[in-house]
Design a protein around this ligand. Sequence first.
Ligand code: GUN
Length: 293
Amino acid sequence: MTIIDGKKISNEIKEELKIKIENAKSKGLGVPGLAAILVGENPASQVYVNSKKKACEKIGMNSVVEVLSEKTTETELINLVKKYNETEEFNGILVQLPLPSHISEQKVIEAISPEKDVDGFHPVNVGKLVIGLETFYPCTPYGIIELLRRYRIETAGKHVVVVGRSNIVGKPIANMLLQKKENANSIVTIVHSAAKDISQFTKQADILIAAIGKPKFITAEMVKEGVAVIDVGINRINSPESKRGYKIVGDVDFDSVSQKAAYITPVPGGVGRMTIAMLLQNTYNAFIKQKEI
Ligand code: GUN
């Protein structure tokens, strides 16, 4: 059994980007820039945005974080997005989700220029992804593809079962693996909460992608011997024995499932680590495209 090391792979990707950015800089092309916008005081969002900023700094990427009050109106936020659409030094724009309930996330996403949409959430980019055109891949699914690729886990002709149908993970990863392309070409099943018996599907998986948001939902009885398991879950559960009183677990019961799996991602240290690395990759890709290098 191999534990897929997301920390190691994400560090490799960041190192690769750091070198590419140094090269661009030394050629006088400038450096890529990311504009992140945070509305309100959601503590998890604050943590995410801060780690994105730190990651940019570490690889020599330019970044700005705009922190707006909870009371910001939809129009004010959209106007700020439009300002960054027109600001050449920022190649990527990210609006941290969730947004306060009085703001339409969809309208804000649609205000981002598709060329700067490094989350890959704009309907134009979603459409391009579905029909196999070049576009920004949403960061978490992109991270999953990189883990499979760098661990040389065959996807062509394999049965991938995706548990969960979110716009951020389930739908895009299913569509990406479905493409008739390298590092894809899988037989894909998406299963979700409406299924009477989820295990009937998960037992068939050569590659199982768990993105449900329920702690330790996938147990050993639900998988076959030799499966490759990708755990996207980040769930906080009470843990009186740990210092903070809680711990982070995935959607997979790691202890039991790892007894049967050939490959498995840990939580933490698996897919989560990859999301920021791929955001940096997308921002670099946006920079290259915009500079027409
Ligand atoms: N909130 C949770 N995940 C994400 C993400 O990938 N991008 C953005 N912008 N917000 C999020």
